[in-house]
Each structure stands twice: as C-alpha cells, then as structure tokens.
Design a protein around this ligand. Structure first.
Ligand SMILES: [Zn+2]
Length: 345
C-alpha cells in the first residue's frame, strides 16, 4: 500500500509540477510557460504578443517575474515620460498633433500625464511649503522681516539722535521712522491674524463668519482642506475648458471634442509642471528665477495653439489672448471654489 501511495504521490506530484511548470525538469527554462494560445484570453498565438488582448505570449512564474511585471510598467512609463516631457516643453503642438493622429503608444497619454502632474505639484508644494504647507515658512518669513525692520528702526533712531544733536534737519529721518513703524505694525497684524479679523466682523455676511473664524483659528487645517479639495476636483478643469475650445474654433469642423480634450489636458499638465518648477526654484532660494516663469504660459499657449491647429501668426495671437483671459478667470474661480469647499468641509 505504502509503495502504491508513494508512486501515486510521485505521479501526481510530477503531473502537478508539469502543469505548473511545463518544463520543470529543464533547468535552462525553469519557470517558463510555452503556450500555443494566449494565457489571458485563449486566442491562438502568432508572434511574441497576443493579437487580441496584447498580453505577452510567455509569462514567467518566478520571483524575478513578480518584480518585472511591476518594473516593466514603471520603465515603460519612465521611457515614455522622458520622450513626452521635452516634447511638451518645446514642441507641444507637434506632440498633440501626433497624439491625435494616432501615435498613442509613443507618448504618455494626456490624462495619465495630468494625474502625474497633479500628484507632483501637490507633493512639491507640500514638501517645499510654497503653498503655505503648514504656514510655517510664511510666518518665519514675517518674523525675519519684523526683526530686520526693528534693527533698521533702532539705527534710524540713533541717526535721528545724532542729527538732532548736530542741529540738522530731522524731517526726512522722522518720515523713514514712521514708515518703518507702520511696516512692523502691519506685519505683526498679519502674524497674529488681526489683519483678517476686520473682514470677519464688519462686512462679512453672518453665515460666512463661522467659516472665516474657523479658518483664522486653524490656518493649518484649512490649508490642508483647501489643498485636498483642489487636488480632488482638479480634473474638473478639463471638462470646464473644453467648451471654451469649441468657442475658440467654431468653424473648424476637422477638430472635434477629442482633439480639444487632448490639447487642453496637455496644456494644463504643462502649466502644473511650471508650478512644480516654480516651487522648486523658490525652495532653492531663487524666487527671482521663479517669477520669470510667469512669462512662460503665454509663449507656450501661443506655440501650442499655433502648431496643434495649424494657425497663422495673427489668429494664433488672438486665440492665445482669449485663452489666457479664460485661463485666468477659470483658475480664479477654481481656487475660490477650492477655498470655499475647504472652508466648509
Ligand atoms: Zn490574449
């Protein structure tokens, strides 16, 4: 009996091994599968990929394969993003045109890029504290300003004493002293929150007051909630922007909603990458360089519009101006909505 069981075990064990790893005995191809039809959908295989679902013909069952499944997606993304980002920066219209025309596998899809840039933007702004992260950098900056102003005020007062002793005119120094004192008082008001309390008392409608007071008492929590709302609803910018593109091109039938959506999504992604660049520059102590980035959007929009829609210079300039105006209003409305949702949530 024992012998039969042992044989039986050996047979089933062997069958199991063969079923799991058809070439289990062959050390050189351990863990491979050799299939005549796709393992995912069953379509007969021709070539290294399934002609129906696109899965690889050979899959591996090894620890290495476990990580490769993940890494391949990652490297695929990485390979594409280094192709996509330079094109987005320098030839946005060419990339958008090629993507619309069908070169889809070459570039990161607009929506994937959009989600990636939203994530990158909030990560950078939080890490660098540019977005008032925890309000710490802003308040530290104010304290530094106040300390500097105090030092200058002390020096001015010494100068005034010396000038008065020498019998000189002190009117100019008095004016400077008054200005310094005003600066310090203003900064202290902002620092303590008193600068905003006026709005919560006088003209603010009564139903808003609790929100304003809450925001003043918990600036960190409010900032978090506003960021949360902004990142959660950021995708809304895409459907809001597309109808505006219809208005920009009312008589160009060869561009449809899909084309406009691709354009708008790539454009918004680029603008968010600019914010990322600005945040990094500010964090690196180069706010001057960061402020230069304000000149980039008009140029980028012009080139993007001109190349994507094959426009002449004049019509590209006119449409850029219209799009800039719209973007400015849309960004303002979006921020206001995010702040409102953040304050109420
Ligand atoms: Zn398949």
């Amino acid at each position: 009996m024992g012998e039969f069981e042992a044989i039986g075990d050996a047979v089933t064990g062997g069958l199991l091994a063969r079923a799991v790893e058809p070439d289990a005995g062959d050390a050189s191809s351990r863990g491979h599968t050799h299939e005549q039809s796709c393992l995912n959908c069953g379509t007969p295989l021709i070539g290294p990929f399934c002609s129906t679902c696109g899965q690889k013909a050979h899959v591996h069952r090894s620890v290495r394969a476990f990580f490769q499944d993940f890494l391949q997606n990652l490297f695929n993304f990485e390979g594409k993003i280094w192709r996509t980002l330079p094109m987005l920066a320098w030839h946005p219209g060419e990339m958008t045109r090629r993507y619309i025309a069908g070169e889809r596998a070459r570039f990161i899809s607009p929506i994937a890029l959009y989600l990636f840039t939203v994530f990158a933007m909030f990560a950078v702004l939080n890490l660098t504290g540019t977005f008032g992260g925890h309000g710490k950098n802003f308040r530290d900056g104010l304290r530094t300003d106040i300390a500097e102003s105090q030092a200058k005020l002390t020096k001015l007062q010494a100068d005034r004493a010396a000038a008065a002793a020498a019998g000189k005119d002190v009117a100019e120094i008095d004016r400077k002293i008054a200005n310094r004192k005003e600066d310090i008082a203003d900064n202290e008001k902002v620092l303590t929150g008193h600068a905003f309390s006026g709005t919560a008392d006088d003209e603010t409608p009564s139903w808003i007051r609790p929100f304003v007071e809450n925001a003043l008492n918990n600036p960190d929590v409010t900032s978090m909630k506003v960021q949360d709302a902004a990142s959660k609803y950021s995708w809304l910018l895409i459907p809001f922007s597309v109808p505006f593109m219809w208005l920009l091109f009312p008589f160009r039938r060869r561009y449809n909603t899909y084309d406009h959506t691709v354009f708008v999504t790539y454009s918004l992604s680029f603008m968010m990458l600019l914010v990322v660049a600005g945040g990094l520059l500010v964090a690196a102590g180069m706010p001057g360089m960061a402020s230069l980035l304000f000149f980039v959007p008009p140029v980028h929009m012009y080139r993007h519009l001109k190349q994507t829609y094959q426009l002449g210079r004049f019509s590209a300039v006119m449409r850029t101006m219209a799009l800039l105006t719209f973007a400015f209003i849309a960004a303002g409305l979006f921020l206001a909505a995010a702040v409102a949702i953040g304050a109420i949530a």
